[in-house]
Design a protein around this ligand. Structure first.
Ligand code: HEC
Length: 111
């Protein structure tokens, strides 16, 4: 038994640090996903391009609007921000959910 304890401690330590890293990589991955899916062609973080900036979207909406935003991305959106419309985007529902949660969270960076 005496030999097992240090090993067990090491395993627990490794598991704990893996978990931490995973959290960090999720944050980075969402931004990468946004890039891969071509959103920056029309959306900048802070400036209005063809579409509103991600910070402006975050300012306007709350967690109760999550479904609407997911729908807008998957099915397209028009008439909410001006006379430009967004065509339906090619991504899975899970990807849209991740991106919408990321956008809604940007509100915490404001103030
Ligand atoms: C071809 C340009 C274009 C691309 C590419 C694009 N968007 Fe948009 N997006 C727009 C425009 C224009 C609007 C404003 C639509 C409106 O007024 O309803 C918009 C609005 C939005 C909104 C707000 C919708 C609402 O209900 O108010 C979200 C969220 C969004 N885009 C996310 C994304 C994401 C995520 C991607 C990448 C997967 C993306 N967009 C790609 C042009 C684009």
């Amino acid at each position: 038994m005496r030999r097992v304890y240090p090993l067990l401690t090491l395993v627990i330590f490794l598991l704990a640090s893996c978990e931490k890293q995973e959290h960090r990589s999720v944050r980075i991955d969402v931004k990468e996903l946004v890039g891969i899916k071509g959103c920056p062609y029309c959306h900048d973080m802070r400036r209005k391009l063809l579409g509103p900036s991600f910070y402006d979207i975050s300012r306007r909406y709350y967690p109760k609007d999550r479904e609407q935003l997911i729908d807008s991305i998957l099915k397209g959106s028009s008439g909410r921000w001006g006379d430009r419309s967004m065509p339906p985007q090619k991504l899975s529902r899970e990807e849209a959910e991740l991106i919408v949660d990321w956008i809604l969270n940007l509100k915490n960076d404001l103030n």
